[in-house]
Design a protein around this ligand. Structure first.
Ligand code: ADP
Length: 661
């Protein structure tokens, strides 16, 4: 029974694109049985042939497409047809092998996807009819939506015009406005009536720029994003971009323009640029200071080390005095370098704290030992008083606490001629786990005038004329203040001119348990003394090679020291010989200390790869927060180095490597 179309408007003209003759016969037969007339049905055997046919007979609006064709296998033919004839309805006829392409075909624009094997008389025509109908419904919907928009379009354009934040206007070439939106008179800051009275081109700034704009508009017929300043009624300048198109009819010559106010955007761009420049220059400054510090520490290491060596020779009393002056000056210089580094860190908000458990008593007594002789030099008394309830082990940044106290005590000694300096530690508050400690450093010195007292914690404040006293660079107190405050504490001072000053600060510490570590050092020293120590010294600076060699030989007479002048030599020598420890400079030509360490750790055989490596560097940042560990080094000796620290670390690490391993 012939199938009745569900929709009378369906085009009866169907083109079958199929190269298999038997399939053509089958489809033709099925369609004929469904009532499709023979002259409404044609067949082509390739995409090319079909393209020519469809151009000639545009009434064939429905296509049955086989997917395996000689010139358009698979999706290729479908895509080609959809592109060439976007309005035709395409139904894909596919064999089993193309089953997986079903979804892809629909996505590519096919209306339906029919399995050839399932083709039956009863199903083919209804399938075609439904596909055609779906396509039409879809097109109808689109049509409806489009026509709805076109009913409303005038209103829509009006809304866009009214609500635009950009000024939109039409004017003649003199600048007389014909039409404009609200944003136009807001931009020019004139009332609507006033705007109609003037030539807006007179508000374009500069007049030179206005002429350039009009010239470009007239000669090119349009202008896009032309930068121009607009002068408002109140004289204020707005930075703008103008885009315009010429309008030329028999009655009117002018243009339509859109002006975008970019003043605010420009401001934030400028701010962003300024911020980036500031960040970059801060970074450069920091880098510069770090480099300068390195460059100063390297020769200081030689001066300091050589002075230490000279001190150990036979010297007359006078000579000893001279050498100790050299040492003293080096120490001062080192203090300056350290302060400058610290201030640079503070200014770049790079202060980091390294919290660990430490022995507070030990720290204070060491500090007293270091400073004692300075007080003695001036005939001053130095005292330490620990009040009741001060825990021995606390959790905090030991080095920073030392730095704060050192700065305060040193100032006390510096500004006191008679009497002394005292440190008092008291327990202000204690809970189960935490203790708040107050440290007070008092002196009997010259004091600070009350009108200067607020300023002394500011950077570079010197309250007396240089040369009058021992004033330095005005960095010590700002550093102490930052170190205290950034750890959540408070710092302050009371002082009376002629009677001395009391500097105080408080800090919160977690209370720790005392642990007794294994006395490795004593054992190791004993063991090491028996065998000669084989040290590989990697250092490019000749003077510092000498300092290290002489310092070590003085301490261990049978030590074997091999010198490598850079990282490459180091690897070479380590490949060929056995050593107990590597002392590794960082900044060296050819191959630096980081690269050499990475090579040793990752490319050498197991035992060699584990050799202890001590960084010996003038780069202060390597020592901070145990950064050297990230580079694969075991520890760090900062130049200029304290010989005792070097001996202790060499002993500790070689013992672990030689004896414990
Ligand atoms: P510096 O000591 O290097 O000059 P500081 O920041 O440590 O820098 O101190 C700033 C100034 O504060 C000193 O130059 C000095 O005038 C004053 N000052 C600091 N400590 C004392 C003190 N204990 N007695 C008197 N004046 C002091």
């Amino acid at each position: 029974m012939p199938y009745t179309s569900p929709n009378q408007t369906i085009s009866p003209f169907i083109l079958l694109i199929e190269d298999d003759k038997s399939d053509i016969a089958l489809v033709k037969n099925n369609l004929a049985q469904s009532g499709v007339l023979r002259n409404h049905l044609s067949a082509c055997q390739s995409i090319n042939q079909a393209t020519t046919f469809l151009k000639e007979y545009p009434e064939f609006s429905t296509i049955l497409l086989d997917l395996s064709l000689p010139d358009g296998d698979g999706m290729v033919g479908l895509k080609h047809l959809k592109k060439a004839f976007p309005n035709k309805i395409i139904i894909v006829l596919a064999g089993r092998e193309y089953k997986h392409l079903g979804v892809a075909c629909i996505k590519a624009g096919a209306q339906d996807f029919i399995d050839k094997e399932q083709l039956e008389v009863t199903s083919i025509y209804p399938t075609i009819c439904f596909a055609v109908e779906r396509a039409q419904i879809y097109q109808d919907e689109l049509g409806t939506q489009l026509s709805k928009v076109r009913q409303n379009s005038h209103q829509l354009y009006q809304d866009i015009f009214n609500n635009s934040k950009d000024a939109i206007y039409i004017c003649n070439l003199e600048g007389r406005l014909v039409d404009f939106n609200q944003a136009t008179f807001e931009l020019f800051a004139f009332s609507e009536e006033e705007l109609l009275e003037i030539e807006v081109h007179n508000l374009f700034h500069t007049q030179e720029r206005k002429r350039e704009f009009l010239y470009s508009l007239v000669s090119n017929q349009s202008v896009a994003d032309f930068a121009i300043d607009i002068e408002q009624k109140n004289g204020k300048i707005r930075q703008c971009l103008i885009s315009a198109s010429m309008i030329q009819t028999s009655e009117f010559t002018g243009y339509s323009g859109v002006i975008k106010d970019i003043t605010e955007q420009q401001k934030s761009d400028d701010l962003r640029k300024a911020r980036d420049i500031a960040r970059q220059s801060a970074k450069m400054k920091e880098q510069f200071i770090a480099n300068i510090s390195h460059e100063m520490r390297t020769p200081m290491n030689a001066i300091w080390g050589m002075s230490n060596l000279v001190m150990q020779t036979d010297l007359s009393g006078e000579q000893k005095d001279y050498v100790s002056s050299i040492k003293h000056s080096t120490e001062i210089l080192l203090g300056v370098v350290n302060d400058i580094l610290a201030i640079s860190e503070i200014q770049n908000s790079q202060l980091k704290f390294d919290y660990k458990f430490f022995d507070l008593y030990e720290l204070l007594h060491n500090l007293m030992n270091v400073i004692q002789f300075k007080a003695e030099e001036k005939g001053l008394e130095l005292s330490l008083k620990m009040k009741e309830g001060i825990p021995k082990i606390v959790h905090g940044d030991k080095l920073r606490l030392n730095q704060i106290l050192y700065n305060l005590v040193l100032n006390g000694i510096k500004f006191t001629e008679k009497g002394g300096v005292s440190i008092v530690v008291e327990n202000q508050n204690e809970s189960n786990d935490f203790v708040q400690l107050k440290f007070t450093v008092s002196d009997t010195g010259i004091g600070i005038p009350s009108d200067k007292i607020d300023a002394i914690f500011e950077t570079f404040t010197l309250i007396r004329e240089q040369g009058m006293t021992q004033e330095g660079k005005g960095l010590g107190l700002p550093i102490a203040k930052n170190l205290v405050e950034q750890q959540g504490g408070k710092i302050g001072v009371t002082s009376e001119v002629g009677n001395g000053s009391q500097f105080y600060f408080d800090l919160l510490f977690e209370i720790g348990e005392e642990v007794f570590p294994e006395p490795i050092q004593a054992k190791s020293a004993a063991t090491l003394d028996k065998g000669a120590l084989r040290v590989l010294l990697v250092e490019d600076h000749k003077m510092n090679q000498l300092v290290a060699i002489k310092t070590l030989v003085k301490h261990w007479s049978d030590i074997e020291i091999t010198v490598a002048n850079d990282g490459r030599e180091c690897i070479d020598m380590l490949d060929k010989n056995d050593f107990d420890i590597v002392l590794m400079d960082i900044q060296m030509p050819n191959m630096n200390g980081y690269e050499a360490t990475a090579h040793i750790r990752h490319k050498m055989p197991p035992k060699k790869a584990e050799i202890p490596i001590l960084a010996m560097t003038a780069h202060a940042h390597v020592a901070k927060n145990e950064k050297f560990r990230e580079y694969g080094m075991d520890d760090c000796i900062l130049k200029p180095f304290e010989p005792k620290e070097l001996f202790r670390k060499i002993t500790e690490y070689t013992f672990k490597y030689k004896v414990l391993a």
